[in-house]
Ligand binder design. Structure first.
Ligand code: GTP
Ligand code: MG
Length: 372
């Protein structure tokens, strides 16, 4: 009924538009034939004519969440998928060292040889079992994703330096994990150091409900040295154990949906986005909407910088072929046909632009007042 005026109503009700205007006047509403009417007015008028008006809610084609659907874990035909792991912890406690260690121990020489493209996410293969690690820069990215309902993390590895103990960002990470309901594996790091006191870390963390199994709790603790490589394989084993408990599954046979890890504008290739596929399989040529932009997957690169043709659940890939650069934590949805994808994408782009303009407008007015 949006935008309907007396003329339109006249047609529907088989009455002269002048009669409609007159009738409305009698009902206390001043209007002319061309003025669009409120829903309430139309309802009132229709009732007066003895007709029940039905509000037509325009379909919200720009609502991407409507198309973003994850499989119900009880669904059959689901297949096991690799866990997506985020490493968190206080500054300097050894997150990057651990990540490097995990990667280099388990990426074969040939693959690790060249300078691998940094795509903010990568996979390791432990005897045929893949684990995806997200290299999220700091906690903000994690918070942002969770705030926008796009949390892709299945497991958190909490790194705590044994010589330093629990620190502010350690607590922050624990709170993130709790709020997101993500299980934590504690990696007590730097046990090679003379001042290392892993027991003290256990005591401290017990106060935050992270109680080691040895003490009757259910949190996995591993004492490691990211520097020497001690017990690194045990961390990976524990990740796989935890993944088994979680029974992580997805449907690889549907249209892909997932989340943007990071995105940028590349001089030569245009907008590039690192996506993590959460459901379905992403193919070259797929029409997709990503946040407020859209396009077709023109090329896909894996975490080793190799060209790939498809990406299955929990796989990170870098894609090109989008019209503009999306934001991290944006969701993506693949559509059956390019037409729908374009419709949804254009609607979203339009809205985003309107939003930006309104924002800019507000800023201008604020500035105006500020300068007065
Ligand atoms: P931010 O990214 O700044 O938050 O730090 P981070 O947590 O990534 O720490 P990073 O891996 O950069 O390590 C900080 C310092 O600790 C570096 O000098 C590492 O060499 C050192 N380090 C990391 N792990 C170990 C370890 O197991 N033993 C010892 N002795 N030093 C370590
Ligand atoms: Mg680091």
């Amino acid at each position: 009924t949006e935008g309907m005026n007396a003329q339109d109503l006249g047609k529907i009700l088989h009455r002269e538009p002048t009669e409609i205007v007159k009738k409305l006047f009698m009902l206390g509403i001043m209007t002319n034939q061309n003025q669009s009417l409120e829903d309430d007015t139309i309802e009132l008028l229709a009732t007066d004519y003895g007709i029940e008006a039905q509000k037509v809610v325009p379909e919200d084609i720009g609502d991407l969440d409507k198309y973003f659907e994850l499989s119900d874990n009880n669904q059959k035909d689901l297949k096991k998928r690799p866990p997506v792991v985020t490493i968190m912890g206080h500054v300097d406690h050894g997150k990057t060292t651990l990540l490097d260690r995990l990667r280099h121990t388990h990426v074969t020489e040939g693959e690790a040889g060249g300078i691998t493209q940094h795509i903010g996410a990568y996979q390791v293969d432990i005897e045929g079992r893949l684990i995806t690690f997200l290299d999220t820069p700091g906690h903000e990215a994690f918070t942002e994703m969770r705030a926008r309902g796009a949390d892709v993390t299945d497991i958190i590895i909490l790194v705590v330096a044994a010589d330093d103990g629990v620190m502010p960002q350690t607590i922050e990470a624990i709170n993130h994990a709790k709020a997101a309901n993500v299980p934590v594996i504690v990696a007590v790091n730097k046990i090679d150091k003379p001042g290392a006191n892993p027991n003290h870390v256990m005591e401290q963390l017990s106060e935050y409900e992270l109680i080691p199994e040895d003490w009757g709790g259910n949190t996995i603790f591993v004492n490691i040295s990211a520097k020497t490589g001690q017990n690194i394989d045990e961390v990976l084993e524990m990740v796989n154990l935890q993944a088994d408990i979680l029974e992580l599954k997805a449907d690889p046979d549907r249209l892909a949906v997932g989340t943007v890890i990071e995105a940028k504008l590349d001089k030569g290739r245009g907008p590039v986005a690192t996506l993590i596929v959460q459901e379905g399989t992403l193919h070259i040529g797929d029409p997709l909407v990503v946040g407020n932009t859209f396009g077709r997957v023109r090329s896909m690169t894996n975490d080793r910088g190799r060209r790939v043709k498809l990406a299955t659940p929990s796989t990170p890939v870098e894609i090109t072929g989008l019209n503009s650069v999306p934001d991290s934590a944006d969701k993506f949805v693949v559509f059956e046909d390019e037409k729908t994808s374009r419709q949804v994408g254009e609607e979203r782009a339009k809205r985003a632009e309107l939003n930006d303009r309104q924002k800019a407008h507000r800023v201008t007015i604020d500035n105006l007042f500020d300068s007065m």
